[in-house]
Design a protein around this ligand. Structure first.
Ligand code: A3D
Length: 320
Protein backbone atom coordinates (compact mmCIF):
# COMPACT_ATOMS: atom_id res chain seq x y z
CA UNK A 1 0.00 0.00 0.00
CA UNK A 2 1.32 3.46 -0.88
CA UNK A 3 2.37 5.70 1.97
CA UNK A 4 -0.08 8.48 2.83
CA UNK A 5 0.78 11.93 1.45
CA UNK A 6 1.00 14.81 3.90
CA UNK A 7 1.07 18.35 2.50
CA UNK A 8 2.28 21.11 4.79
CA UNK A 9 1.23 24.55 3.54
CA UNK A 10 3.69 26.94 5.15
CA UNK A 11 7.25 25.86 5.82
CA UNK A 12 8.08 28.20 8.69
CA UNK A 13 8.64 27.30 12.33
CA UNK A 14 5.56 25.12 12.73
CA UNK A 15 5.70 23.74 9.17
CA UNK A 16 9.30 22.58 9.58
CA UNK A 17 8.54 21.00 12.95
CA UNK A 18 5.47 19.26 11.50
CA UNK A 19 7.61 17.83 8.70
CA UNK A 20 10.18 16.52 11.16
CA UNK A 21 7.55 14.96 13.45
CA UNK A 22 5.73 13.35 10.49
CA UNK A 23 9.08 11.96 9.35
CA UNK A 24 10.16 10.57 12.71
CA UNK A 25 6.74 9.00 13.26
CA UNK A 26 6.76 7.65 9.67
CA UNK A 27 3.27 8.99 9.02
CA UNK A 28 3.81 9.27 5.27
CA UNK A 29 5.55 11.15 2.47
CA UNK A 30 5.80 14.87 3.11
CA UNK A 31 5.48 17.84 0.75
CA UNK A 32 6.44 21.20 2.24
CA UNK A 33 4.92 24.13 0.33
CA UNK A 34 5.76 27.81 0.87
CA UNK A 35 5.83 30.99 -1.20
CA UNK A 36 9.36 31.67 0.09
CA UNK A 37 11.86 30.14 -2.31
CA UNK A 38 14.48 27.85 -0.86
CA UNK A 39 13.07 27.46 2.65
CA UNK A 40 10.77 24.49 1.93
CA UNK A 41 13.38 22.85 -0.30
CA UNK A 42 16.11 23.33 2.30
CA UNK A 43 14.03 22.00 5.20
CA UNK A 44 12.83 19.00 3.17
CA UNK A 45 16.40 18.11 2.17
CA UNK A 46 17.68 18.56 5.73
CA UNK A 47 14.96 16.22 7.06
CA UNK A 48 15.62 13.65 4.32
CA UNK A 49 19.30 13.70 5.27
CA UNK A 50 18.39 13.00 8.90
CA UNK A 51 16.63 9.75 7.85
CA UNK A 52 19.64 7.40 7.96
CA UNK A 53 20.51 8.36 11.55
CA UNK A 54 16.88 8.85 12.59
CA UNK A 55 16.07 5.47 11.05
CA UNK A 56 12.99 6.50 9.09
CA UNK A 57 11.99 6.13 5.46
CA UNK A 58 9.93 8.50 3.41
CA UNK A 59 10.04 11.05 0.65
CA UNK A 60 10.46 14.71 1.55
CA UNK A 61 9.93 17.40 -1.04
CA UNK A 62 10.05 21.17 -0.75
CA UNK A 63 8.14 23.19 -3.32
CA UNK A 64 6.71 26.55 -4.39
CA UNK A 65 4.23 24.91 -6.75
CA UNK A 66 0.74 23.90 -5.55
CA UNK A 67 0.67 21.13 -8.18
CA UNK A 68 3.04 19.17 -5.91
CA UNK A 69 0.39 18.77 -3.20
CA UNK A 70 -1.81 16.85 -5.66
CA UNK A 71 -3.65 13.93 -4.09
CA UNK A 72 -2.60 14.78 -0.52
CA UNK A 73 -4.45 12.83 2.17
CA UNK A 74 -3.79 15.47 4.82
CA UNK A 75 -3.03 19.21 4.48
CA UNK A 76 -1.84 21.10 7.54
CA UNK A 77 -1.96 24.87 7.02
CA UNK A 78 0.40 27.22 8.84
CA UNK A 79 0.87 29.73 6.02
CA UNK A 80 0.69 33.34 7.16
CA UNK A 81 2.32 35.45 9.80
CA UNK A 82 2.67 34.76 13.53
CA UNK A 83 2.39 37.23 16.41
CA UNK A 84 5.12 39.48 17.71
CA UNK A 85 5.20 40.69 21.33
CA UNK A 86 2.35 43.13 22.01
CA UNK A 87 0.18 41.77 19.19
CA UNK A 88 -3.02 39.82 19.73
CA UNK A 89 -3.98 36.92 17.49
CA UNK A 90 -6.75 39.12 16.08
CA UNK A 91 -4.21 41.68 14.81
CA UNK A 92 -3.23 39.07 12.19
CA UNK A 93 -6.69 38.87 10.66
CA UNK A 94 -6.34 41.08 7.57
CA UNK A 95 -3.05 39.71 6.31
CA UNK A 96 -3.78 36.04 7.08
CA UNK A 97 -7.24 36.21 5.49
CA UNK A 98 -5.59 36.93 2.10
CA UNK A 99 -3.26 33.99 2.69
CA UNK A 100 -6.26 31.70 3.45
CA UNK A 101 -7.80 32.69 0.10
CA UNK A 102 -4.70 31.61 -1.82
CA UNK A 103 -4.30 28.43 0.24
CA UNK A 104 -8.01 27.52 0.03
CA UNK A 105 -7.95 27.85 -3.75
CA UNK A 106 -4.76 25.79 -3.97
CA UNK A 107 -6.26 22.97 -1.89
CA UNK A 108 -9.55 23.11 -3.82
CA UNK A 109 -7.74 22.64 -7.12
CA UNK A 110 -5.07 20.12 -6.12
CA UNK A 111 -6.11 18.25 -2.96
CA UNK A 112 -9.92 18.36 -2.70
CA UNK A 113 -10.09 14.99 -0.90
CA UNK A 114 -7.67 15.93 1.88
CA UNK A 115 -8.40 16.22 5.59
CA UNK A 116 -7.39 19.81 6.30
CA UNK A 117 -6.11 21.06 9.64
CA UNK A 118 -5.72 24.83 9.93
CA UNK A 119 -3.30 26.32 12.46
CA UNK A 120 -3.01 29.88 11.13
CA UNK A 121 -4.29 32.56 13.54
CA UNK A 122 -6.72 33.97 14.45
CA UNK A 123 -7.61 30.31 14.35
CA UNK A 124 -11.40 30.09 14.58
CA UNK A 125 -11.95 32.76 11.91
CA UNK A 126 -9.18 31.47 9.64
CA UNK A 127 -10.48 27.89 9.64
CA UNK A 128 -13.93 29.19 8.75
CA UNK A 129 -12.51 31.31 5.91
CA UNK A 130 -10.29 28.46 4.68
CA UNK A 131 -13.36 26.17 4.49
CA UNK A 132 -15.28 28.86 2.58
CA UNK A 133 -12.45 29.45 0.10
CA UNK A 134 -11.73 25.75 -0.41
CA UNK A 135 -15.35 24.59 -0.62
CA UNK A 136 -14.39 21.25 0.98
CA UNK A 137 -16.98 19.41 3.13
CA UNK A 138 -17.18 20.87 6.64
CA UNK A 139 -16.19 17.56 8.28
CA UNK A 140 -12.91 17.58 6.32
CA UNK A 141 -11.78 21.03 7.49
CA UNK A 142 -10.98 21.75 11.13
CA UNK A 143 -8.66 23.85 13.23
CA UNK A 144 -5.99 22.94 15.76
CA UNK A 145 -6.21 24.85 19.03
CA UNK A 146 -7.96 22.79 21.70
CA UNK A 147 -5.36 20.02 21.71
CA UNK A 148 -2.65 22.63 22.32
CA UNK A 149 -4.64 24.60 24.90
CA UNK A 150 -5.49 21.43 26.82
CA UNK A 151 -1.86 20.22 26.57
CA UNK A 152 -0.74 23.48 28.16
CA UNK A 153 -3.38 23.08 30.88
CA UNK A 154 -2.27 19.46 31.46
CA UNK A 155 1.37 20.46 31.71
CA UNK A 156 0.68 23.17 34.31
CA UNK A 157 -1.57 20.82 36.30
CA UNK A 158 0.97 17.98 36.24
CA UNK A 159 3.61 20.40 37.54
CA UNK A 160 1.31 21.62 40.31
CA UNK A 161 0.33 18.09 41.42
CA UNK A 162 3.77 16.55 40.80
CA UNK A 163 2.24 13.67 38.84
CA UNK A 164 2.79 12.34 35.34
CA UNK A 165 1.08 14.41 32.70
CA UNK A 166 -0.08 11.11 31.21
CA UNK A 167 -2.56 10.82 34.08
CA UNK A 168 -3.87 14.37 33.71
CA UNK A 169 -6.74 15.03 31.31
CA UNK A 170 -7.96 18.52 30.59
CA UNK A 171 -10.95 19.94 28.85
CA UNK A 172 -10.94 23.23 26.99
CA UNK A 173 -13.84 24.65 25.00
CA UNK A 174 -14.54 27.76 22.95
CA UNK A 175 -12.42 29.95 20.71
CA UNK A 176 -8.62 29.97 20.71
CA UNK A 177 -8.08 33.30 22.34
CA UNK A 178 -8.38 35.16 25.58
CA UNK A 179 -11.95 33.91 25.93
CA UNK A 180 -11.13 30.20 25.76
CA UNK A 181 -12.96 28.15 28.38
CA UNK A 182 -10.87 25.66 30.39
CA UNK A 183 -13.45 23.47 32.15
CA UNK A 184 -12.13 22.39 35.54
CA UNK A 185 -15.13 20.14 36.26
CA UNK A 186 -14.26 17.94 33.28
CA UNK A 187 -10.50 17.98 33.88
CA UNK A 188 -9.09 15.18 36.00
CA UNK A 189 -6.12 13.41 37.50
CA UNK A 190 -6.72 9.69 36.88
CA UNK A 191 -10.45 10.34 36.79
CA UNK A 192 -10.61 12.60 39.89
CA UNK A 193 -12.12 15.97 38.84
CA UNK A 194 -10.14 19.12 39.72
CA UNK A 195 -12.77 20.51 42.15
CA UNK A 196 -12.47 17.25 44.14
CA UNK A 197 -8.68 17.63 44.19
CA UNK A 198 -9.15 21.11 45.69
CA UNK A 199 -11.39 19.54 48.37
CA UNK A 200 -8.73 16.88 48.95
CA UNK A 201 -6.16 19.61 49.60
CA UNK A 202 -4.00 18.84 46.55
CA UNK A 203 -4.18 22.50 45.56
CA UNK A 204 -6.17 25.62 46.40
CA UNK A 205 -8.89 27.31 44.36
CA UNK A 206 -6.62 30.37 43.98
CA UNK A 207 -3.81 28.28 42.54
CA UNK A 208 -6.22 26.53 40.20
CA UNK A 209 -7.61 29.89 39.02
CA UNK A 210 -4.05 31.06 38.34
CA UNK A 211 -3.36 27.92 36.27
CA UNK A 212 -6.54 28.50 34.27
CA UNK A 213 -5.43 32.06 33.54
CA UNK A 214 -1.91 30.93 32.63
CA UNK A 215 -3.48 28.46 30.18
CA UNK A 216 -5.50 31.26 28.57
CA UNK A 217 -2.31 33.33 28.29
CA UNK A 218 -0.16 30.35 27.26
CA UNK A 219 0.51 31.58 23.73
CA UNK A 220 1.39 35.12 24.85
CA UNK A 221 3.81 33.75 27.48
CA UNK A 222 5.83 32.01 24.75
CA UNK A 223 5.64 35.02 22.39
CA UNK A 224 6.99 37.20 25.21
CA UNK A 225 9.92 34.85 25.76
CA UNK A 226 10.79 34.17 22.11
CA UNK A 227 10.31 37.79 20.98
CA UNK A 228 10.61 36.89 17.30
CA UNK A 229 7.61 34.61 16.77
CA UNK A 230 5.20 32.28 18.51
CA UNK A 231 5.19 28.73 19.85
CA UNK A 232 5.95 25.94 17.41
CA UNK A 233 6.95 22.65 19.08
CA UNK A 234 3.70 22.16 21.01
CA UNK A 235 1.42 23.46 18.20
CA UNK A 236 3.07 21.09 15.71
CA UNK A 237 2.87 18.11 18.08
CA UNK A 238 -0.83 18.83 18.66
CA UNK A 239 -1.65 18.97 14.94
CA UNK A 240 0.27 15.74 14.33
CA UNK A 241 -1.87 14.06 17.02
CA UNK A 242 -4.98 15.08 15.03
CA UNK A 243 -3.48 14.03 11.67
CA UNK A 244 -2.48 10.65 13.08
CA UNK A 245 -6.00 10.05 14.41
CA UNK A 246 -7.34 10.68 10.89
CA UNK A 247 -4.70 8.64 9.05
CA UNK A 248 -4.98 5.64 11.38
CA UNK A 249 -8.74 5.97 11.97
CA UNK A 250 -8.00 6.07 15.71
CA UNK A 251 -11.25 7.87 16.54
CA UNK A 252 -9.48 9.88 19.23
CA UNK A 253 -11.67 12.25 21.21
CA UNK A 254 -9.86 15.54 20.67
CA UNK A 255 -10.93 19.14 21.12
CA UNK A 256 -10.68 21.06 17.87
CA UNK A 257 -12.21 23.98 16.04
CA UNK A 258 -15.00 22.14 14.25
CA UNK A 259 -18.07 23.12 12.29
CA UNK A 260 -20.89 22.92 14.81
CA UNK A 261 -24.33 22.69 13.31
CA UNK A 262 -27.09 22.01 15.82
CA UNK A 263 -25.07 21.14 18.94
CA UNK A 264 -24.43 23.82 21.58
CA UNK A 265 -27.28 25.87 20.11
CA UNK A 266 -25.03 26.82 17.20
CA UNK A 267 -26.18 27.05 13.65
CA UNK A 268 -23.26 26.21 11.37
CA UNK A 269 -20.31 27.80 13.13
CA UNK A 270 -16.61 26.99 13.75
CA UNK A 271 -15.59 26.94 17.40
CA UNK A 272 -13.58 24.74 19.75
CA UNK A 273 -15.55 21.65 20.89
CA UNK A 274 -14.71 18.03 21.72
CA UNK A 275 -14.79 15.92 18.56
CA UNK A 276 -14.11 12.39 17.36
CA UNK A 277 -11.49 12.34 14.59
CA UNK A 278 -11.26 9.27 12.38
CA UNK A 279 -11.03 8.27 8.74
CA UNK A 280 -14.15 10.33 8.03
CA UNK A 281 -12.47 13.49 9.33
CA UNK A 282 -14.40 15.14 12.14
CA UNK A 283 -16.86 12.29 12.61
CA UNK A 284 -18.72 13.59 15.61
CA UNK A 285 -19.11 16.69 17.76
CA UNK A 286 -19.48 15.76 21.42
CA UNK A 287 -22.01 17.95 23.19
CA UNK A 288 -21.58 18.26 26.93
CA UNK A 289 -23.85 19.80 29.54
CA UNK A 290 -22.58 23.10 30.89
CA UNK A 291 -23.61 24.86 34.08
CA UNK A 292 -24.68 28.52 34.01
CA UNK A 293 -21.19 29.95 34.53
CA UNK A 294 -19.61 27.68 31.93
CA UNK A 295 -22.37 28.49 29.42
CA UNK A 296 -21.82 32.22 30.00
CA UNK A 297 -18.05 31.84 29.35
CA UNK A 298 -18.75 29.74 26.24
CA UNK A 299 -21.27 32.29 24.90
CA UNK A 300 -18.72 35.07 25.40
CA UNK A 301 -16.13 33.06 23.51
CA UNK A 302 -18.57 32.33 20.65
CA UNK A 303 -19.41 36.05 20.45
CA UNK A 304 -15.71 36.89 20.14
CA UNK A 305 -15.36 34.43 17.24
CA UNK A 306 -18.53 35.80 15.60
CA UNK A 307 -16.96 39.26 15.71
CA UNK A 308 -13.89 37.98 13.88
CA UNK A 309 -15.96 36.20 11.24
CA UNK A 310 -17.92 39.44 10.65
CA UNK A 311 -14.62 41.30 10.26
CA UNK A 312 -13.54 38.74 7.62
CA UNK A 313 -16.77 39.34 5.70
CA UNK A 314 -16.18 43.10 5.78
CA UNK A 315 -12.63 42.74 4.49
CA UNK A 316 -13.56 40.24 1.76
CA UNK A 317 -17.15 40.76 0.54
CA UNK A 318 -16.98 37.46 -1.41
CA UNK A 319 -17.31 35.75 2.00
CA UNK A 320 -20.52 37.56 2.94
P1 A3D B 1 6.33 31.34 10.43
O1 A3D B 1 7.53 30.68 10.96
O2 A3D B 1 6.39 32.79 10.10
O3 A3D B 1 5.84 30.52 9.14
C1 A3D B 1 4.81 30.96 8.33
C2 A3D B 1 5.19 30.59 6.90
O4 A3D B 1 4.09 30.92 6.05
C3 A3D B 1 6.41 31.38 6.37
O5 A3D B 1 7.42 30.46 5.96
C4 A3D B 1 5.85 32.17 5.19
O6 A3D B 1 6.75 32.28 4.10
C5 A3D B 1 4.65 31.30 4.81
N1 A3D B 1 3.65 32.01 4.00
C6 A3D B 1 3.23 33.30 4.08
N2 A3D B 1 2.30 33.52 3.14
C7 A3D B 1 2.12 32.35 2.47
C8 A3D B 1 1.27 31.96 1.41
N3 A3D B 1 0.43 32.80 0.82
N4 A3D B 1 1.35 30.67 0.98
C9 A3D B 1 2.20 29.79 1.55
N5 A3D B 1 3.03 30.12 2.57
C10 A3D B 1 2.97 31.39 3.02
O7 A3D B 1 5.08 31.16 11.45
P2 A3D B 1 4.79 29.90 12.40
O8 A3D B 1 5.03 28.64 11.65
O9 A3D B 1 5.43 30.12 13.71
O10 A3D B 1 3.21 30.12 12.65
C11 A3D B 1 2.31 29.95 11.58
C12 A3D B 1 0.91 30.38 11.98
O11 A3D B 1 0.44 29.56 13.04
C13 A3D B 1 0.79 31.82 12.48
O12 A3D B 1 -0.39 32.42 11.95
C14 A3D B 1 0.66 31.66 13.99
O13 A3D B 1 -0.03 32.74 14.59
C15 A3D B 1 -0.15 30.39 14.05
N6 A3D B 1 -0.12 29.68 15.33
C16 A3D B 1 -1.28 29.11 15.75
C17 A3D B 1 -1.31 28.42 16.94
C18 A3D B 1 -2.60 27.80 17.39
O14 A3D B 1 -2.63 27.17 18.42
C19 A3D B 1 -3.79 27.94 16.59
C20 A3D B 1 -0.16 28.29 17.72
C21 A3D B 1 1.01 28.87 17.26
C22 A3D B 1 1.02 29.57 16.06
Amino acid sequence: MARPKIALIGAGQIGGTLAHLAAVKELGDVVLFDIAEGAPQGKALDIAESGPSGKFDGSFKGTNDYADIAGADVCIVTAGVPRKPGMSRDDLLGINLKVMKAVGEGIKEHAPDAFVICITNPLDAMVWALREFSGLPHNKVCGMAGVLDSARFRHFLAEEFKVSMRDVTAFVLGGHGDTMVPLTRYSTVAGIPLPDLVDMGWTTQDKLDAIVQRTRDGGAEIVGLLKTGSAFYAPATSAIEMAESFLKDQKRVLPCAAHVDGAYGLDGFYVGVPTVIGAGGVERVVEIKMNKDEQAMFDKSVDAVKGLVSACKEIDPSLA
